[in-house]
Design a protein around this ligand. Structure first.
Ligand code: ADP
Length: 403
C-alpha cells in the first residue's frame, strides 16, 4: 500500500519535473526568438525611416545607410545589412558580409527566414521593401547571427536533459532503497508473525502428545488430546495455506485463470456451509438474475468464504448476515452485510494489510484473509471496500467485471 502510494508520488514528481523542463525550454525558446524578430523589425524600420528622410541621399550613397542610427536593438557586429535595387541587384552591403550576399527573393516583402550560410553560421534574415511616398526604391535585407543563440538554447536543452537524467537516477536509486527497506520490513513482519502464530499450536501439539505418551490416559482423555492436536493441525495448515497464497500473490507467481463460473451457485453453497457452522445466525441471501461471470472460481470462492466467515465471526451469536448479488450491466456487485462489532473509521484503512488484526488473538483470526481477497479482486480488475459503524455492523462491497 505504502509502496503504491510512493510509486504514484514519484511518478507525479517525475512528470512535474519533466513537464516543467519542457515548459521552461519552449518558453525560453519562444521568448528568445520573438525577441530577436522584434529587434530585427525595429532595426529595419529605423533604417527605412532614415532612408525616407533623405531618399536622394540613399540613391547616391546607399552605403551611408548601412548602419542604424542607434545600436539599441542589435549591435552592428551581429548585424549584416544589404540593399538591393528593384531588379534584385546588390547596391550596397555592410563590410562584415565580405564576399557573401544575403539570401534574397525578388518580390517578397516583410518576410523572416532562418538560413545557414558557410561554416554552419546560422542567420535570421529579414527582407523588406523600401518604399518612399508609395514608390518602391529597392529592398533592405537584414541578417542577424543567431548561432550563439541556438548554442545557448542547445546548452539549456542539454542541461535540462542532464537534470532529468539525474532526477531519474536518483529516483531509481531511492526506489531501490525503499523497496529493499519494504522487503526487510515485510520479512521482519513475517518472521514475527510466523514465529508468534506457530509457537502456540506447536506447543499445544507437543504438550498434548507428551502428556498422552507419559500418562495413562482414559480413552476419553486420549480422544481429547488427539482432538486438540487435530484442531491445532487444522489451524496450522490453514495458516500455511494462507501464507503461501499471500507469498504467491506478492511474488507475482499467482495467475488468474478466468473461466465461466456460476457465482449464484457458489454464493448458495458458501452460505449453506456458513449456516451449518453458525446455526444460530440469521443468514440471508439475495440473488439477482446474475448467475455466470468470467472469473477464477478458486479465487472468488476464497473471497466469498472469507467475507462470509468474517461477517459471522465478528457478529453476535444470533447476529444477522446478508449476502446480496446485483447486476450492474458489465459489472456485478456483491455485498456482504453484518450487524456485528463494526470497525472504527481510523482502522478501516489497515484492514486490507497483511497480518493486520484489530485485536490480536487467536479468536480474531490470522489477519490474512482480507489481504488475499483484495489481491484476488484487484487482479480481476475489480474493487473491494468497506463501510462500517462500530457496534452497528459492516458492509463489504465487491465490484467485479463480468468478464
Ligand atoms: P482475520 O479475520 O483472519 O483476522 P482478515 O484479513 O479477514 O483476517 O480481517 C482482518 C481484520 O479486519 C480482522 O482481524 C478484523 O479485526 C477486521 N474485520 C474483518 N471483517 C470484519 C467484520 N465483518 N466486522 C468487523 N471487523 C472485521
Amino acid at each position: 500500500m505504502r509502496i503504491k502510494a510512493l510509486s504514484l508520488f514519484m511518478t507525479l514528481v517525475i512528470f512535474i519535473i519533466f513537464t516543467a523542463s519542457l515548459a521552461v525550454y519552449y518558453n525560453f525558446k519562444i521568448n528568445v526568438i520573438d525577441d530577436i524578430e522584434l529587434r530585427i523589425s525595429n532595426t529595419a524600420d529605423e533604417i527605412i525611416l532614415s532612408i525616407a528622410d533623405s531618399p536622394e541621399n540613399f540613391r547616391s550613397h546607399p552605403a551611408k545607410f548601412l548602419s542604424p542610427r542607434s545600436e539599441e536593438d542589435i549591435s552592428t557586429s551581429d548585424l549584416l545589412v544589404q540593399f538591393m535595387d528593384n531588379n534584385g541587384n546588390v547596391i550596397a552591403k555592410s563590410p562584415n558580409l565580405k564576399k557573401k550576399t544575403l539570401y534574397f527573393v525578388k518580390g517578397d516583402n516583410d518576410l523572416l527566414r532562418d538560413i545557414e550560410i558557410e561554416n554552419g553560421l546560422k542567420l535570421k534574415v529579414y527582407q523588406k521593401n523600401i518604399e518612399v511616398n508609395g514608390v518602391s526604391i529597392g529592398y533592405l535585407v537584414l541578417g542577424v547571427k543567431t548561432s550563439h543563440l541556438f548554442s545557448s538554447l542547445n546548452y539549456l536543452r542539454n542541461s535540462l536533459i542532464i537534470i532529468m537524467l539525474c532526477v531519474l537516477i536518483v529516483t531509481a536509486f531511492g526506489w531501490n532503497i525503499v523497496t529493499k527497506i519494504e522487503m526487510i520490513n515485510a520479512k521482519k513482519q513475517f518472521l514475527s508473525f510466523a514465529s508468534h502464530e506457530l509457537r502456540t499450536p506447536l506447543s499445544v501439539i507437543s504438550g498434548n502428545a507428551e502428556l498422552a505418551l507419559n500418562n495413562k490416559f482414559t480413552n476419553d482423555q486420549y480422544k481429547e488430546a488427539l482432538l486438540e492436536i487435530k484442531n491445532e493441525t487444522i489451524w496450522m495448515s490453514r495458516l500455511v495455506t494462507n501464507l503461501l497464497a499471500l507469498f504467491r500473490n506478492e511474488s507475482g507467481a499467482e495467475r488468474v485463470n478466468k473461466q465461466e463460473m456460476n457465482i449464484s451457485e457458489l454464493i448458495v453453497t458458501e452460505s449453506s456451509a456458513l449456516k451449518k457452522r453458525y446455526p444460530k445466525k440469521k443468514i440471508t441471501v439475495n440473488l439477482s438474475e446474475v448467475s455466470t461471470i468470467k472469473a477464477d472460481p478458486h479465487h472468488i470462492k476464497k473471497v466469498i468464504a472469507n467475507l462470509l466467515e468474517n461477517a459471522a465471526k465478528y457478529s453476535s451469536e444470533d447476529g444477522k448476515v446478508n449476502i446480496a448479488l446485483y447486476d450492474l450491466g458489465k459489472k456485478i456487485k456483491l455485498v456482504v452485510t453484518d450487524d456485528g462489532v463494526g470497525i472504527k473509521k481510523e482502522l478501516i484503512k489497515n484492514i486490507f494489510d497483511p497480518y493486520y488484526r484489530i485485536n490480536e488473538g487467536r479468536t480474531e483470526g490470522m489477519g490474512l484473509g482480507l489481504a488475499i481477497s483484495k489481491w484476488y479482486i484487484t487482479a480481476h480488475g475489480g474493487n473491494i471496500f468497506v463501510e462500517s459503524t462500530p457496534n452497528k455492523g459492516s458492509i463489504f462491497t465487491i465490484i467485479l467485471p463480468r468478464s
